[in-house]
Ligand binder design. Structure first.
Ligand SMILES: NC(=O)c1ccc[n+]([C@@H]2O[C@H](COP(=O)([O-])OP(=O)(O)OC[C@H]3O[C@@H](n4cnc5c(N)ncnc54)[C@H](O)[C@@H]3O)[C@@H](O)[C@H]2O)c1
Ligand SMILES: O=c1ccn([C@@H]2O[C@H](COP(=O)(O)OP(=O)(O)O[C@H]3O[C@H](CO)[C@@H](O)[C@H](O)[C@H]3O)[C@@H](O)[C@H]2O)c(=O)[nH]1
Length: 431
């Protein structure tokens, strides 16, 4: 099948390379010339395991990139993978989606024959049919249900495991207005749907849109619940990890997403939970539970620094901060809880010395306001430190030597593996 993909970020690039791998002819339409050149040169514009080799294999043949929307006219289906950020007030900002839909609609005006447009971006119910659809119709002169079809197909991949998640998903959700759109998507994903472990969910567009938010809201809520239970466990002197491991044995609950600690960040959970809360309020519903889910999450970094302060007087103290990315395996620092830890440390007069295997440059560039010293290794960050906090659970922090510290006090927000006998103080946030 000939496929065009609008937007070549984490989702668009991963999907393009994977669809080429599945045998489709794919073109990425992207406004960033640097990304277009990188893909056409056979290189990956982002770091994801398994991505570079797929791009290298298919670039120039079944995988191409361009800044020219006219390329969509040579394709049967277009996947919209544009960003859907949040506005200042937390609500969903559709400006980029609207601009992309306008450009796509204009390009489709000159296409003979039918075309299927699929929204893959995370958008609130109603966006595909009430915002994207009308723009496409206005700009292209085509009519939905006649020579234009519309579908919504949310994406559930995680950063760091994007290729594997896309090719081996638990489910594929297809929201479509007509059978021909649904059948085109079944054909597009045929090799994925042939797997025994992939469920196909066919539904209406509105439900498909909401499934994505419900999925992320559920997972974020699970982590906040686990953190609340962890905070309570800590008060009782109990180990939340032991408690929740046993709880997870209940098949109704599952053992996944049970790691308590510093909380959730990243480019998706925070913005999607906020957009759903704002959307619910707009609909006249007060999302009290989701408000609490965010409040519990926002309190964890302060709680970690409070815990450290029970052992170290922070004014003027040199504090090692281990980890900056929002989770291990990525250099993404968007809404990373580690940044909140840095802010709390700074506000209390401490001198943070931070180390992360890959995310330092991103923090340096995007947060020049933070007064932080950066170290080139965990050992360097720990050298002469009066205390340390673990903010991201990078595997390389397991079994670290803490002997360079001035005082061997470690407060852990991610449950790394440590030899407590080596330490003066070792405290977990929830154990
Ligand atoms: N990142 C994830 O892990 C993930 C997972 C599932 C779903 N999503 C959702 O997928 C969507 C895309 O997310 P992402 O992380 O890939 O975003 P991203 O910011 O990484 O990439 C978006 C790309 O779109 C390009 N772009 C912007 N305006 C354009 C235009 N008018 N025409 C063409 N290209 C344009 C940007 O230059 C950028 O390269 C969002 O709705 C997000 O919520 C993201
Ligand atoms: O037991 C856990 C699991 C996760 N986290 C934290 O939760 C955040 C999100 O983690 P993860 O879900 O692995 O990362 P993302 O790449 O943000 O993926 C989420 O967001 C994507 C974008 O919407 C979705 O596609 C994915 O399904 C969804 O898992 C990170 O800060 C993790 O540290 C915990 O604290 N404890």
């Amino acid at each position: 099948m000939n496929v065009s993909i609008i937007g070549s970020g984490y989702v668009g690039t991963t999907i393009a390379a994977c669809l080429a791998d599945l045998g489709h002819d794919v073109i990425n339409v992207e406004i960033d010339e640097g990304i277009v050149e990188t893909i056409n040169a056979g290189e990956a514009p982002i770091h994801e395991s398994g991505l570079a080799e797929r791009i290298a294999e298919h670039a120039g043949t079944t995988l191409r990139a361009t800044t020219d929307y006219a390329a969509v006219r040579d394709t049967d289906v277009t996947l919209l993978c544009l960003p859907t950020p949040q506005s200042e007030d937390g609500s969903l900002d559709l400006a980029i989606m609207q601009a992309g839909a306008e450009s796509l609609g204009r390009a489709l005006a000159d296409k003979d024959g039918d075309h299927l447009v699929v929204v893959k971006s995370t958008v609130l119910p109603g966006t595909t049919e009430d915002v994207v659809g009308p723009i496409l119709e206005d700009e292209s002169g085509k009519r939905i249900g006649e020579d234009l079809s519309l579908a919504m197909n949310p994406e559930f991949l995680r950063m760091g495991t994007a290729v594997e998640d896309f090719l081996e998903p638990d489910k594929v959700v297809v929201g479509a207005t007509n059978e021909s759109a649904a059948s085109t998507l079944r054909e597009l994903y045929a090799p994925i749907l042939d797997r025994d472990d992939t469920d196909l969910v066919e539904t209406d567009i509105r439900e498909a849109e909401l499934i994505k938010y419900a999925n992320n809201a559920f997972l974020a809520s699970k982590v906040s619940l686990v953190n609340e239970l962890g905070n309570i466990a800590k008060e009782y002197g109990a180990d939340a990890y032991e408690v929740l491991e046993a709880v997870g044995l209940d098949g109704r609950i599952s053992e996944r997403f049970m790691r308590s600690g510093l909380g959730w960040g990243g480019s998706c959970f925070p913005k999607d939970v906020d957009a759903l809360r704002a959307g619910a309020r707009e609909q006249g519903y007060d999302p009290a539970l989701l408000d609490a889910v965010v409040a519990v999450n926002d309190a964890q970094p302060r709680r970690l620094v409070d815990l450290l302060e029970t052992h170290v007087s922070l004014e003027g103290a040199r504090i090692a901060v281990l980890g900056l990315s929002f989770k291990p395996g990525t250099d993404d620092i968007r809404k990373s809880r580690a940044l909140d830890v840095l802010e709390h440390l700074e506000a209390r007069g401490a001198h943070p010395v931070a180390y992360d295997p890959v995310a330092i440059e991103n923090v340096r560039e995007s947060r020049p306001d933070l007064e932080v010293e950066y170290a080139e290794s965990a050992a360097e960050a720990l050298e002469e430190a009066d205390g340390a906090v673990v903010a991201t659970g990078w595997p390389e922090f397991d079994d670290l030597a803490f002997d360079g510290m001035a005082r061997r006090i470690v407060v852990d927000g991610r449950r790394i593996s440590v030899d407590e006998a080596d330490l003066e103080v070792y405290e977990g946030l929830t154990w």
